[in-house]
Each structure stands twice: as C-alpha cells, then as structure tokens.
Write a protein that binds this ligand. Sequence first.
Ligand code: AMP
Ligand code: MG
Length: 408
Amino acid sequence: MLLTFKQAKQNILETATNAKPLTNQTVSLFDALDRIAAIPIISPIDVPGFDNSAMDGYAVRLSDIQQTKTLPLASAIFAGDNISNLQWPEATCLRIMTGAPIPIGADAVVMQEHTEQSDLGIRFLKEIKAGDNIRRCGEDVKKNSITVDTGSKLTLPTLSTLATLGISEVTVFNKLKVAIFSTGNELTPIGTPLSGNGAIYDSNRFTLKLLLTKLNCEIIDLGIIPDDPTQIKQALVTASNQANLVITSGGVSVGDADYTKTALEDLGQINFWKIAMKPGKPFAFGQIGHALFCGLPGNPVSTLVTFYQLVQPLILTLSGLKTTDIDFRFQVKAATDLKKSIGRVDFQRGRLQIDDHGELEVVTTGQQGSHITQSFNQANCFIILEQERGNVNKGELVTIKLFNTLLK
Ligand code: AMP
Ligand code: MG
C-alpha cells in the first residue's frame, strides 16, 4: 500500500517526539552556533543596564526648555563615565554621547543635528518631547526573564543577544550520533579509480556527511557495505550499538540485491514504506535496538529529497528542537510546462526568479529523473505538485518552497 507523504512525515515526527531526550553539555558561546538550548537561559542582567543616550546630542530638562530655547552648556558625559558626582546646574544643558548614562533629572536627549551653537550656548531648533532619544533600562532584555527557551536553536542573532548579557557558556543538547553506510557492490569510494565495469562512485555517503555536518550531528561513517545480507546485518548491529540514528542508502527497493530488508527482518522493527512521493518512493523507517533507522533509496536525487523532506525534520526533532520554522510555501506561476503523473506528490526542483514585469515565476531546472543530480544545481526551491495533480501548463499557479540553509 502506498502511504501518503503526509502520513509518513507524521509517523516519523511522532516517533521522534516520543524518543528519549539527548543528554546535554556546556559549550562556549562561540561553539554554540546552531546548537539547541537544553535548559532555559535566564537573563542575569537588564539590557540596557541603565538609561542611556541613543544619540550624540544634549541632555535637557523640559522645565528649562519651557523657559528658553537656548541653554548654556554645563559639562559633557561620555559612554563609560561614572556620573554619580555630576553637578548639573538649573537652566543649563549637558553634552552627551551615544551610550552615555542619562543623568538624574534629564527628560530628553536632543540630537546634535537639531541644535545650533550660539554665543549664549546651545539653541534648540525643534520641539522636544519627554523621553526623546533615551534608551530605557531593560528595554531590550529584562533581568530574570527567559531569553531563550529549552528547545530553541541558538542562531547567530540569539547568540549575539546572549553576548549582550555577558553570557559566555551555554548548556546545549549533545550532538545526535548518526551512523551511516552505503550498500551496493557497484560502489567505489570517491578519490579512488572506479573498480571495474558497472562501478559508480559512492556519492551518497559523501552527500549524507555534508548534510549531517550542517545539521550538527556526530557522524559514525561505516563506509561501503557490499550487497551481502550477513555483512549488512553486521553493519546494522555495529551502527545501532553506537548511534541514536542509523541512515543507509540503497537496497530498500524491490530488487533482488536489496538485502537491507532481509537483514533487518530479525534485527528490529522496520516499516518498508512505499511513499506516494516522487522522487523517493521506497523508504524504510523503524528501530533497531535503541537506534532509529532510516533506509534511503539509492538514487542520489531520491536520497537528497527524502533526506531533506523526511530525515531533516526527524533529526531536528531528535536533536531537541522544539520551535520549528513556519513551513513557508507560496504560489507562483509556472514559467514552463511541468510533467507530472497523478498519484504521487512531486518534489520537483525549480528556480524562483523574476519575470520581465517584475513578478515572481518558477522555472523547472530541466530533467527531473532521480539520477539527474544536476537538477539540483541551479535550483533554489522545490516545486511541490499535489498528489492528485496531472501535467502543469505554463502560466498555472504552483506551490513552491524555497530551500533552507541545508541546501544553500
Ligand atoms: P538501490 O536503491 O540500491 O536499488 O539503488 C538505486 C540506484 O542508485 C542504483 O542505480 C544505484 O547504483 C544507485 N546508488 C545506490 N547507492 C548509491 C550511492 N551510495 N551513491 C550513488 N549512487 C548510488
Ligand atoms: Mg543497491
């Protein structure tokens, strides 16, 4: 029976959500990029820590300004100055720099560009309102507030905020351990001469390593395993003993050398799915011992598409991520005809671009066969064609989803 893509994804995510959480570790802020917070991060201070000036200008009391528009200059305050002993006579103003503390009694800072120097002091040219150009204490982050929740990804802007709090270490979930191997007698490692007729390079294992590195996983690379049930079984045992997740490529279809299935039968609980998606119909998912297992189809494009669409959300959830991005999909017109057969959801590769009238359109990147790796190279999005849809004519609206950073 064919499973819909939605059913498969739901099943995978449910399994991932119920998996045992990873243990955690403390890392320096610098090493925390894209890791997942394992405990809430509470702000130890207010940011800003004190009221301060947003501009280079002049600090004034509104009561003085109501009397006269020109005030003599009393003194100057610089960023970092201690102003506890500052003397500020009535009916004068203070020179103040960006980031300098606001003295008690100041109602506003007037930006330099709205003033004029005269013999009598500083002349204020524009209307002044209470609070102008003052950054308030705690306006950005309040002391004791939860700045980052458990399960949030520590993105560059988030880490930058944590740096403003003076935080130099964070507790994150340990990296997910992922064991990988490729299956197939035809496979030769990259960087070595092809080993005879019918041999091809093991590109999938290389691709998987890049993908897993980008997803911050710890990789256990078990290499190439020939199409031999005993060796595949042995590799699965080794992999599942060491890893949280085992990913293989090849051997999950219905060919005579697709031994992964046989090898798995007595090792664990695996569902061999035929998912109504293209590319990527054969896909295996289940559990061996304490490890989860994903068997990806061998065709390179199928490997990449199934990884992106199904394994990526699985890994993110297993890694502890709770907040997921909104699934931004939108509709644009197809700039070319698209071939599509009814019965499976297609993840075609396309390029979103701007037409001569300044409107968005999507073009196909050409041949969409599951062995045409070049279809990805010029692409920046998936064109998602619904299961029940047939051929698409140029000008029809189609749903697209831009690639995330995994493919950029
Ligand atoms: P399979 O899923 O084992 O039936 O393989 C499907 C197709 O993908 C075949 O043409 C294989 O030669 C090819 N293939 C399998 N594994 C890999 C790999 N690791 N790298 C590149 N191509 C592969
Ligand atoms: Mg094979």
